[in-house]
Write a protein that binds this ligand. Structure first.
Ligand SMILES: [Zn+2]
Length: 340
């Protein structure tokens, strides 16, 4: 069988659909998508889009795989524990489809790097777990006129909405201000049923295909509770005073750039992202740290264990401190062992 024939065979069930067809499949193979977040939503989105034959996919995620992720994150297994999520996902997905480009970005997405990461993409999809990142994605996508799809899942329900710059209402037309910390439920305290992220992610993936194929989309805010079997589609009106899509005041994108300390959702862990990032020398850092605790090192992570803490340090200088959810403790451990 020729190469072309094999690839046609791979997508034959999509080609048979009138919604996609041969022409649509070619379009998809020339499209590029950025998936932000590779947790439960991102896993299913990446799985769907890789199998659908999107030509270029970038997956960005800052976390490493934990035991409590296996309940719902379909791309990972027990052997992946401790590996960076984006990296493990790409390794798995490249085996599913070796004919497309898939790239892992093991980084914290923030206002210093988002524009570079989404540049040139046809579409951005939300697989994150926090509102702040969504406000940032909205700013960057409206500014660069890239369509994006919001999705979130918690408890037994989830939401999704497609945003096309200059065409539909934006995320800030719906959620005007960032809620105070502690107001919104997080998966830390609420838990999440393992069927809802894959449903929401599949809705997001379907909208993604429609946008990439140039089909008309429904830009209502969709809310689905899988336990109650309750489906709502809410019409959203453009806010004529919207800070983002009307006034082009990109507050989240233009925020002051400072060392960010973030509590990680669902983990007893804190992430430290220094302002100045560069390339750390793991060898010299390991030499220094060996005197105070246990050091394990791979190409991508240096893992340092001291007392009851485990500090995972990435090449860029970013670190995830496990064993505490106190920001001050994490910051002082980082300052002591890595240096701010
Ligand atoms: Zn707006």
């Amino acid at each position: 069988m020729g190469n072309h024939k094999k690839e046609t065979e791979r997508y034959s069930r999509h080609i048979l659909l009138k919604e996609i067809g041969e022409e649509g499949q070619v379009k998809l193979s020339k499209s590029s998508v950025v998936i932000i977040g590779c947790g439960a939503l991102g896993n299913t989105i990446a799985n769907n889009l890789v199998r659908a034959g999107i030509g270029e996919i970038k997956i960005i995620d800052r976390d490493i795989i934990e035991m409590n992720n296996l309940q719902r994150q379909i791309l990972f297994d027990e052997e992946d524990l401790g590996l960076p999520k984006a990296w493990a996902a790409v390794k798995k997905l490249q085996k599913v489809n070796s004919k497309i480009k898939i790239k892992a970005v093991v980084e914290d997405l923030n206002n210093t790097n988002i524009e570079g990461i989404i540049k040139g993409a046809d579409l951005v999809i939300d697989g994150t777990d926090n509102m702040e990142t969504r406000f940032l994605i909205n700013d960057a996508c409206i500014k660069h006129k890239i369509p994006w799809i919001y999705g979130g899942a918690i408890g037994t329900h989830g939401m999704s909405m497609s945003i096309i710059p200059n065409n539909t209402p934006c995320f800030r037309c719906v959620f005007q201000v960032l809620p105070e910390p502690g107001v919104l439920p997080t998966c830390d305290i609420s838990g999440v049923l393992n069927t809802i992220p894959s449903i929401i992610a599949s809705i997001e993936s379907t909208e993604a295909l429609k946008i990439l194929l140039g089909k008309s989309i429904n830009n209502n805010l969709l809310i689905y509770d899988v336990w109650a079997h309750d489906f709502q589609s809410v019409k959203i009106k453009k806010n004529n005073e919207c800070e983002c899509c009307v006034k082009h005041n990109f507050e989240f994108l233009n925020a002051e750039k400072k060392t960010r300390i973030t509590l990680l959702c669902g983990e007893n862990a804190v992430q430290i992202t220094p302002t100045k990032t560069g390339i750390l020398s793991f060898e010299s850092l390991a030499q220094k740290l060996q005197k105070s605790g246990n050091v394990k090192m791979s190409r991508i992570i240096l893992r340092f264990t001291v007392d009851s803490y485990q500090i995972n340090i990435f090449k860029s200088g970013r670190a995830i401190v496990y064993g505490t959810n106190d920001e001050k403790t994490a910051k002082s451990l980082y300052a002591k062992y890595v240096g701010l």
